[in-house]
Design a protein around this ligand. Sequence first.
Ligand code: AMP
Length: 417
Amino acid sequence: MAITAPRGTRDILPGESWKWNYIINTASETMKDFGFREIHLPIFEHTELFSRGVGETTDIVEKEMYTFIDRGERSITLRPEATAGVMRSAIENNLCVQNSIAKLWNWGPMFRYERPQKGRYRQFYQIDAECLGVQNPFADVEIISLSIEIFRRLGLKNLEVVINSVGCEKCRPIYREKLLNYFDAHKNELCETCLTRLDRNPLRILDCKKEACSKVADGAPDIYDSLCDECREHFEEVKKGLERLNFTYKLNKRLVRGLDYYTKTAYEILSGDLGAQNAVAGGGRYDNLSTAIGGNKIPGVGFACGIDRIMLVMEQQNCSFGEVPKTDVYVAALDNEAKGAAQSLTYELRKNKISAECDISGKSFKAQMKNAGSCNFACIIGSEEIAKNSVSVKNLSDGTQVNIPISEAVEYINHQV
Ligand code: AMP
């Protein structure tokens, strides 16, 4: 039996890869306009980076990591997310010394052992941006506006920005205690998973999707009542900043996100066109991540968006992916004797950055011209052209044809494309 791709992975085939590139190029241009610089990190890291960074009690660390012992007896994990790796690199490479700011972005595959469904894969791709070294709420606004701008440029419609504050190490324990008391009193209404979350991470019960738990969570204490002055002020400034930029957003006091490192701002961008897995981007502030992984205190705020999901939404909303890539020239040989000359001219065009194709499989002239149909020009070479060192160039959009010396072909076509 032929081997198939592992469950939860998918191939990005040529029919899709050019659209994929459009998304990445658009993100890349936007990052540049916002002053973010590209960083590329290993796909695997020490397991400890994620268990300490993302948090022992998170779904990611408890159930979803691809972890293995390598041949040197080290515990290695395929990265389930990018932020911890970026912070690790910033600490290791001193990217954020003496109050300097590091604005970094990257894209690539992430790995989580989740139940695959539409928009949820075990190997998926994220575009990720992190702003390190700034505590100021302006940085949160910078990050949120960056993610919104990428989606605006991609033409995504029907999006909703949802924000919350999850407090800090000072006020969250107080809120946690209140939650614990509340949920403990509603124990028998909670699902199995939430019962296990009760002691370990009661905040996660707030975003359980099960109806019964959701009902209980509706009546849970409000996090805003527990925020300390600093967190409350920070949250107000973020909201003001978003309003200054004319963004509409919704507050959702139950948005806690699945990663422990968030402090203060947490946000998501949701699409009305995705079904159950409706988040296209998620992020927030993580002022304690650096110390959790053994570094100095470096505040940070960032986001990640799922390329697979962006693609799904763009397809559904008939968004433009720019121009379909087209080959400029097809060099057709009238007979077998001309095939070598056709390949030489093709290579000459390619050397001059004109995209060109010729037959490499022994096709008839008629079949070659059929292939030429998707190009802008056809260059035709037969024995007559070889004898005269010439080539016939046909403009395939208007049907006009000229015969020119072969040495002028590059210049001629360069003028036309
Ligand atoms: P997170 O790292 O969980 O905050 O997720 C950030 C974004 O990555 C989400 O909003 C999704 O767009 C995307 N994402 C997360 N998990 C998956 C997955 N299993 N499959 C596809 N996309 C995902």
